[in-house]
Design a protein around this ligand. Sequence first.
Ligand code: NAP
Length: 310
Amino acid sequence: MQQADYQLIIVGGGPAGLTAGLYAARARLKTLLLEKGATGGQVLVTDWVDNYPAFPEGINGFDLIDKMTAHVDRFDLEKQFSTVASLDLAQDIKTISLEDGNKLTSQAVILCTGAKPRKIGVKGEEELRGKGVSYCATCDGPFYRNQEIAVVGGGNTAIQEAIHLTKFADKITVIHRRDELRATKILQEKAFAEKKIDFLWNAEVSEIVGGASGVESLSIAHKDGTTSSLPVTGIFILIGIVPNNEVLPLDQLETDESGFLITDTEMSTTLPGVYAAGDIRSKRSRQIINAAGEAATAEQSAEYYLGHLE
Ligand code: NAP
């Protein structure tokens, strides 16, 4: 193969990127993990992880990432904290351009860029962001001590975080567009048993109302055509995720209709030498354990591609 700076570059340092890095460092591939912020991704802002094996008591998201990072550090994985501007992945030698103007080359690449919160796209959402509009209960929950707030969504994230918010707020209204939650049954049972949580079914937020002092109320559109106003000082919008694909060469890679990358079962994208793992992939189950497992597969696929494994 032609010469490149690295045998493998991993883009993104969440659980997928860290696991790919762990396997690559132990395989002694010349590897670089590129991360724009701190390692950890979405798990960093997850209050409690109760379903990652080997932690029978559960573990705080921050602590889990701390352990994953310590694990890759033990094998001297090279990490660089830089923002990627663009990637050219179609050639044998892949080129990654950084925002600082530098370019890096690699023989193989694993894309672990993850996903970010979806917005509801109503008036007041942008204007009041950080002034009562939040996408992270773990980060902002403590600001709402003894207040009345709302959570939008009916999935695992919304229900788990609504339960978490009972530690702070006096009352939490979960606003869901249907009359049935998508969240797993055990979370539903916990939420239904929680006195501080109320449900507003078949309802959507049509406007977030507020001013300089922050959110004051929500305009609600009900499925039966009526409208109402809900006085709250905070709204947590937890309605799923969209892919972090802005810097990816979407003209070179195949994606689903939402922009998540399509791979085969070996985590190969449609380009030779380019793999994907974690939340950036098109898939149904987005768990930390999936991200880690997919990353192990992706790294081994890269090793086969590089001729490191036969
Ligand atoms: P999700 O499962 O996709 O749920 C999104 C929720 O938001 C759904 O209830 C959906 O309503 C609602 N929604 C979507 N767009 C909306 C809009 N424009 N307006 C109003 N409501 C809207 O997303 P998630 O809860 O973030 O979970 C993402 C993934 O992470 C899932 O695979 C989940 O299982 C996983 N996760 C797991 C755990 C855990 O195991 N403890 C914790 C957190 C997340 P509909 O139901 O009507 O579609």
